[in-house]
Design a protein around this ligand. Structure first.
Ligand code: SF4
Length: 470
């Protein structure tokens, strides 16, 4: 399933499907609380605001000078033997990766976690070419054998509990595993090890690229990124074009921000820095290293008011605190990027026609903005996108209604008249200042919440009454 295939129906329709399975919300909520608790512990005593400000400054500077840093990184990477390919579109990236693998006669490909690969629909494309592609991150492996997309950018199978995962493994592998995480994990590890040992190529994502040395870095907790990148003879890394840092100095700031925000760790279990393919004196490593730098709509965001969304380091913290995400889970967003980051990024990458309803998948509580380690004003972007979508996509009748309303309220006499009429019209429906069930066309609003009634007295009327004693 590609990111495009996933955008079937509207957010509302997909959310209703998810809400029919309350277990999903319970599983996600419990896991998110656990992650947030650990995160709070790791940040205790640290000057979090200073760290966030430093992270924001680094990302803002890098994205503002993106072309220069990408050029520096690419020439340093090529000088160390890395083959660099800049893909304008997801299709170009898929075509390049397919060609490299076809030319090497690859049949079995092991894959580390990569949201960029999910974004461009790489796995299904390679499978259509007859290759076996095996996800090696445990969460990604679970959703792969369950034939579903990831539901969270850091913990892809978070919507499942251990019993569901046990049943899935037993069904797919014909085993009789208990619902003990250690036993399930050991089985997965043994199964995946045979794949690592016989793979023709490995594909991974990139957490940060470092311009000064032409390196890429990969953060994992399971060691699968290291094995996917070092055991097969060919390593292909996929990277969104914004995932670059000037030097290792900036990496020392961004790495702890990423690991603490993502999983509540001071540092991840594994952290790889890769600078070129294996040299003759190296004991191991791939003979070929390719890095595919993916634009796929990102450069169109650069000159807009939404540019800071490219500062994102994909930590997933905004998903963990989002009340909407916690209820409906990632699948409701119909894209690989769920939660607040998805509600902003997906419409910008895929267009308002396909994903213009996502900015409304938010209560605008601002929790996402408060937790973002690089201070991206997510709720302001959501509001800005709502305005943009309304300007571009709102039906004629809606635009006419709001235009008429705005003209009506721009005049004090007309406004007062409108308020008076509304007060009378609401009488059959209002109880204690709230309207629980409004008539059409407002009934869709009151299906999910109360509508505040028009106040029985305006501020001016109340003021006059006090002053005049009437
Ligand atoms: S928007 Fe901020 S909080 Fe959300 S994933 Fe990106 S960096 Fe993390």
């Amino acid at each position: 399933m590609t990111a495009e295939d996933e955008l079937v129906g509207t957010f509302e329709q997909r959310a209703h499907v998810q809400l029919e399975h309350p277990q999903v919300g319970r599983n996600i909520g419990a896991a998110m609380d656990m992650i947030l608790g650990v995160r709070a512990g790791v940040f205790q005593g640290a000057d979090v605001e200073a760290m966030r400000a430093a992270g924001e400054a680094i990302r803002a500077h890098t994205v503002a000078n993106l072309d220069g840093y990408l050029d520096t990184w690419a020439s340093n990477a090529e000088a160390r033997g890395t083959k660099v390919f800049f893909a304008d579109t997801g299709g170009e990236a898929v075509e390049y990766v397919s060609r490299v693998l076809r030319d090497r006669g690859a049949r079995l490909v092991v894959k580390g976690k990569s949201m960029a690969s999910e974004e461009i629909g790489l796995t299904p494309a390679l499978e259509r070419e007859g290759m076996e592609v095996v996800e090696t991150d445990l969460g990604e492996y679970i959703v792969q054998i369950g034939h579903e997309p990831p539901s969270h950018i850091i913990v892809p199978a978070i919507h499942h509990d251990r019993q569901e995962i046990r049943d899935l493994f037993n069904r797919v592998h014909g085993t009789d595993l208990p619902d003990e995480p250690a036993r399930i994990t050991r089985f997965a590890r043994e199964h995946l090890r045979t794949k690592f040992l016989s793979a023709d190529a490995g594909i991974t994502g990139v957490n940060f690229a470092i311009a000064e040395t032409g390196s890429i870095s990969i953060v994992t907790n399971e060691g699968n990124g290291r094995m996917s990148s070092s055991m097969p003879p060919v390593h292909i890394a996929l990277m969104g074009m914004e995932r670059i840092l000037p030097s290792f100095r900036e990496l020392t700031v961004m790495l702890p921000l990423l690991t603490a925000s993502a999983t509540g760790q001071r540092v991840s279990t594994y952290f790889n820095v890769i600078t070129g393919p294996r040299r003759p004196e190296d004991p191991d490593g791939p003979d070929e290293l390719h890095v595919v730098v993916i634009d796929n709509g990102r450069s169109a965001i650069l000159p807009t008011e939404f540019r800071s969304i490219l500062h994102c380091i994909r930590c997933g913290a905004c998903l963990n605190v989002c009340p909407v995400f916690r209820h409906v889970g990632g699948h409701a967003y119909g894209s690989v990027y769920g939660g607040p980051i998805g509600a902003v990024l997906t419409p910008l990458l895929q267009g308002f026609e396909r994903a213009g309803d996502l900015p409304h998948a938010s209560s605008l509580c601002g929790a996402c903005t408060e937790i973002c380690p690089v201070n991206i004003p997510l709720h302001e972007h959501l509001l800005g996108l709502r305005r943009e979508v309304a300007r571009v996509r709102a039906p004629w009748a809606e635009r006419a209604t709001f235009g008429w309303w705005s003209r009506l309220w721009a005049n004090a006499r007309r406004y007062r008249f409108f308020i008076g009429v509304s007060r009378m019209a609401q009488r059959p429906f209002a109880r204690r200042g709230r309207i629980g069930r409004a008539p059409w066309p407002f009934s869709r609003w009151t299906r999910g919440r109360d509508l505040p009634g028009v106040a029985l007295e305006t501020f001016r009327e109340g003021w006059r009454r006090r002053e005049g004693g009437t």
